[in-house]
Design a protein around this ligand. Structure first.
Ligand SMILES: C[S@@+](CC[C@H](N)C(=O)[O-])C[C@H]1O[C@@H](n2cnc3c(N)ncnc32)[C@H](O)[C@@H]1O
Ligand code: SF4
Length: 417
């Protein structure tokens, strides 16, 4: 599907829909990563195409009347996908749903030279935003992270991405073994010299069952202590904000207007399809305007493929209707990570619940929460640093809002997100 040939519905054709597509393969497994990603000897493109198309059709049946506002190819390493497969999936999406005029189509990429060679073909297929896994701008650090590219290759890949796609972003990992705050400051300065309009900065997490986790347990990974990691995070927020990329979420920084729309849809508790092994989805609960179905697809790529090819459908392993309190918790957890924060009216519309005004007043008094009007609540600069505590304290006070019963919940609580 060529970008120019996308037939777009006039805006705003609400309500909206995001589509996540998971490609579970990588060339090698990084020692810190616990994503659903695998090194495969052989990937049968024809089978994967059939399975993905079946899954898209399954979701199309259940999300009629919605307009696709974003598509996100995540992984794994989706830049390993054949561009013809990406094109076929985007064509099927355009055939099944109307597309928003500003539809955002992101693909995650690794910066190796082989993948750079495919950038033009991805753009021709309709991808209009590339998210590049740079991770570090230092060759020794990249080796330690088990990456197969150099810093120079990553910079060249980003330069090419910027020329090829209307929007490009890159990921960095901070608080790495042996890293000092001064080194991180120099690295961030180099990153800013590339003038990105969007940057994701993740603190290195020790994920259970990864080689890094085991090394850490044996005391063989020299990680910065908590205070140093916090200092690096404060520095990141300061430096990026003064360069014109304020945080719009805990780990994401962008020039105004350059925020990732697909991720915003998650954080605003929108409706999304999840296509591929292990993908999650949130659909409207059947028969009611309010409520969410939570779906998870079979995690193993081989089993997901078999299940989808044999039985059609989306390879769904679990499907449950969320209780109002669960939805309230999910919305709280996600929206408070963002700069725009949460809307109490939306919390009530989604779940019929509200947080305690006394707790809100207490957290505002402590300088951890800010209120905008009667509706919006967001973490302050200080609150972001202790966000888990702020969210837990608010979550403890969640209770059914006065005068709200499930019958009274309004229709389309996703508000078109
Ligand atoms: C699915 S991966 C990205 C795509 C691509 N496979 C890559 O590695 O370049 C998404 C991002 O998650 C981040 N990430 C993965 N594991 C992490 C960990 N343990 N701690 C912090 N960030 C992590 C990395 O920045 C990575 O770019
Ligand atoms: S970080 Fe990216 S390339 Fe490395 S294993 Fe995870 S998904 Fe694959």
């Amino acid at each position: 599907m060529k970008t120019s040939s996308i037939s777009c519905a006039p805006k705003p054709a609400r309500p909206g829909l995001g589509i996540y597509i998971h490609w579970p393969f990588c060339l090698s497994k990084c020692p810190y990563c616990d994503f659903n990603s695998h090194v495969a000897q052989r990937v049968e493109e024809r089978d994967w195409r059939r399975a993905y198309l079946a899954a898209l059709d399954w979701f199309a049946e259940r999300t009629r009347g919605r307009t696709v506002t974003s598509v996100f190819f995540g992984g794994g390493t989706p830049s390993l996908m054949p561009p013809s497969l990406v094109a076929a999936l985007l064509e099927r999406i355009a055939a099944r749903w109307p597309l928003d005029a500003d539809v955002e189509i992101t693909l995650e990429a690794n910066p190796t030279s082989a993948e750079q060679g495919k950038f033009a073909a991805f753009a021709a297929a309709g991808v209009n935003r590339l998210s590049l896994g740079v991770q570090a701008l230092d060759d020794a650090a990249l080796r330690l992270l088990g990456r197969t590219h150099t810093a120079a290759e990553a910079i060249a890949a980003f330069e090419l991405a910027r020329k090829t796609f209307p929007r490009a972003s890159f990921d960095l990992i901070t608080a790495r073994p042996g890293q000092t705050t001064a080194e991180w400051e120099r690295e961030l300065t180099r990153a800013l010299a590339l003038e990105p309009a969007h940057l994701s900065v993740y603190q290195l997490a020790m994920e259970p069952e990864t080689p890094f986790f085991r090394l850490h347990e044996r005391g063989r990974l020299d990680l910065p202590d908590e205070e140093t990691a916090l200092e690096m995070y404060r520095l990141t927020r300061r430096m990026l904000a003064s360069a014109g990329l304020p945080p719009y979420e805990v780990s994401n920084f962008a020039r105004p207007g350059q925020e990732c729309r697909h991720n915003l849809l998650y954080w605003r508790y929108g409706i999304y399809a999840g296509v591929g092994p292990g993908a999650h989805a949130r659909l409207p609960a059947q028969g009611s305007g309010a409520g969410r179905l939570a779906l998870v697809a079979t995690r193993s790529p081989a089993r997901w493929l078999r299940q989808t090819l044999r039985a059609g459908g989306a390879g769904v392993a679990e499907m449950e209707e969320l209780a109002p309190r669960q939805m309230a918790l999910e919305y709280l957890l996600m929206s408070l990570r963002t700069r725009e924060g949460m809307s109490r009216a939306r919390l009530r519309a989604i779940s019929g619940h509200d947080v305690s005004p006394h707790k809100v007043a207490e957290l505002v008094h402590q300088g951890l929460l800010r209120e905008a009007g009667n509706d919006r609540l967001g973490a302050t600069e200080r609150g972001v640093l202790v966000l888990e505590r702020v969210i837990a304290e608010l979550a403890d006070t969640l209770s059914p809002a006065e005068g709200m019963t499930s019958q009274k919940l309004p229709h389309h609580p996703d508000g078109g997100q």
